[in-house]
Design a protein around this ligand. Structure first.
Ligand SMILES: Cc1ncc(COP(=O)(O)O)c(C=O)c1O
Length: 397
């Protein structure tokens, strides 16, 4: 049989990151590639106790169908936390629980983007989002990212040059893949640009809580007086990604449409993870857990940066994140990090080539993403030492 796939899926390729995971599964390989949280931070014993309790005491609630909007006590707990921690949520907003932040992004796209509409993305950006936009045949327009966030002059140029610009997708805090954070000034200016041009903003913030120094930058959603910002959140990096739990806080009309979109996708998010998250938020100290996470990642990031200072050739550029899970490098010298990734694999180290995160994924680039959250200090240091050798040899030709 010759299968003819839909136009929607025919151009889609599996994520390079998933491909790299095949190597990363080999325990002798040092993986600086994925974006997994540190497993030692999962509150597994507490979640196990809560799961047992619910399955024994509330079997119907745990196992019966739920409502598409999400388990109401969980929605209320998330709303309360969002208001307290991020100053998000007006009378005009509503919140839907989704099966991971990824689903929130997909639902927004499904509800708002027609084929050929332009979605502006940071370049580089998160491949799960860019692929969601691609799968609805959106036209992607990239805006370069600087150490304080999007280049706003380039953004205005892209808006002027593209038709049907519907949405700007941004990860302003501890960006994936660059690790950088958009300044407050740029956030305000971005909001004004979007408002002036009648463009919606999708603010994706799965890493915002993972600030190393405790400093938090105000979210763009907290500045929203016009109902133009949709905010995507996730429990993946503050609880556990396997729970597949996230939320979308957006103007009521958009959430009402997303509810219909979600009914078509998966009816509702699985009840047991919602009950676990609700119990964890209300009966346990999630803030204490987040403090532990911040310290763990701050330490690992510092370990990686000092190994890079020691072992990388001197003229390689890299970001110095204040939170999140990623460091971004630019080797320069017209090198192709896609080619060098194969040399790195020979030395049993994996990273993600920068092309993965670009609008044109086929174009070679000298950039790459490194992750520090899952490996031990020793492996981080040894992995960077080996990469330093690969990059040094490539630069000296
Ligand atoms: C920027 C960004 N947004 C959204 C997600 C999706 O997270 P999840 O679907 O696990 O909530 C990720 C995951 O890595 C991410 O990096």
């Amino acid at each position: 049989m010759n299968y003819t796939f839909s136009n929607r899926m025919s151009t889609m390729r599996g994520s390079a990151i998933r491909e790299i995971f095949k190597y990363a599964a080999d325990p002798s390989v040092i993986s600086l590639a994925g974006g997994n949280p540190a497993p030692e931070l999962f509150p597994a014993a507490d979640l196990g106790d809560i799961a047992t309790e619910y399955l024994h005491n509330e079997p119907v609630l745990s196992l019966q169908y739920g409502v598409t909007e999400g388990y109401t006590p969980l929605r209320d707990a998330i709303k309360e936390r969002l208001k307290r921690v991020e100053n998000i949520g007006t009378d005009n907003d509503e919140l839907i629980v989704v099966s991971g932040g990824q689903q929130g992004i997909e639902l927004v796209t499904k509800c708002l983007i027609n084929e050929g509409d332009t979605v502006i993305v940071e370049e580089p950006s998160f491949i799960g989002a860019t692929n969601a936009f691609r799968s609805y045949n959106a036209h992607l327009a990239g805006v370069p990212v600087e150490e304080d966030g999007m280049n706003l002059a380039a953004l205005e140029k892209v808006i002027a040059e593209n038709k049907n610009v519907k949405m700007i997708y941004t990860i302003p805090t501890f960006q994936n893949p660059m690790g950088v954070t958009m300044s407050v000034e740029k956030r305000r200016a971005l909001y004004e640009i979007a408002k002036k041009n009648n463009i919606l903003i999708l603010e994706d913030n799965p890493y915002g809580e993972l600030t190393f120094d405790g400093v938090k930058t105000p979210t763009i959603k907290s500045m929203d007086t016009e109902g133009i910002v949709m905010y995507s959140g996730s429990f993946s990096k503050i609880l556990a990604p396997g729970l597949r739990l996230g939320f979308l806080c957006a103007p009521r009309e958009i959430v009402a449409k997303a509810v219909i979109g979600k009914q078509i996708s998966d009816v509702h998010t699985a009840m047991l993870p919602q009950l676990l998250a609700h119990a964890y938020l209300t009966r346990f100290d999630i803030d204490a857990l987040i403090v532990k996470m911040r310290a763990n990642y701050a330490h690992k990031c510092a370990t990686m940066l000092s190994a890079m200072d020691a072992y990388f050739p001197k003229d390689i550029f890299y970001t110095k994140p204040r939170g999140g899970l990623f460091i971004w490098c630019d080797l320069g010298h017209n090198l192709d990090t896609g080619v060098l990734a194969k040399k790195a694999i020979e030395k049993k180290v994996v990273y993600v080539p920068g092309s993965t995160f670009m609008v044109d994924m086929a174009k070679p680039t000298s950039t790459l993403r490194l992750n520090y959250s899952t490996m031990s200090d020793e492996k981080i240091t040894e992995g960077i030492r080996r990469l330093g050798e690969v990059f040094g040899e490539a630069i000296s030709g």
